[in-house]
Ligand binder design. Sequence first.
Ligand code: IMP
Ligand code: MG
Length: 179
Amino acid sequence: MRTDAEKILLTEKEISDKVKELGQAISSDYENEELLIVGILKGAFIFMSDLVRSINCQVEFDFMAVSSYGLSSKSTGVVRIMKDLEQNIENRHVILVEDIVDTGLTLKYLLENLRTRKPASLKICTLLDKPERREVQINLDYCGFQIPDEFVVGYGLDYAEKYRNLKDILVLRPEVYNK
Ligand code: IMP
Ligand code: MG
C-alpha cells in the first residue's frame, strides 16, 4: 500500500501533536459549555475519534454523510445529504468536523443548511486545508495544516475508498489514480 505513495506529507507524530493542540484549543474555547460534535462521513471518522479524546468538555456526537451530485471528479457544489443528523441542533453549540477543505463547496452547502436549524453557534474544525483550490470563502475556525494542491490519502482520507487506514498522510503517485 505504501509503495503507492510518492512521499509522506505528514507523519503519525506530526498529526497526533496537531490533533492534541486542536483539542486543547476547543476545550478552552468551550469551557463550561455543552458541545455537539458533528463528523462528516466518511473522511472525518479517524480524525474525529482522536480529536474528541483531547477535548475535556461535555460532548455529544452526531454524524452526517454527504455526496456530490454527478460523476465528474470536479466538485459542483451541489451536495446530496445521504445521512442527516439525528439530533435537533437548535440552540446548541455545534462544531462540524471535516477531513479536508478543498474547493469549499461542500462545507458552504452544509453551513447554509445547518444555519437554518438555528444552532447557538456553528464552527468548523478541519484537519487539512488546500487553500489554492478554494472557490468560495469560508472561515475555518480550527485548522490543522494547510497543504499544497496535491491529492493526499491516509488518516481517514481515501482514494476510491482505499487507504483510509494508513497512519500517516501520504501523497499518492499520479500513476495510481491515472491508471
Ligand atoms: P470540497 O467541496 O471541494 O471542499 O470537497 C471536500 C471533499 O473532497 C473532502 O471532504 C474530501 O472528501 C474530498 N477531497 C478533497 N481533496 C482530497 C484529497 O486530497 N484526498 C482525499 N479526498 C479529498
Ligand atoms: Mg470528506
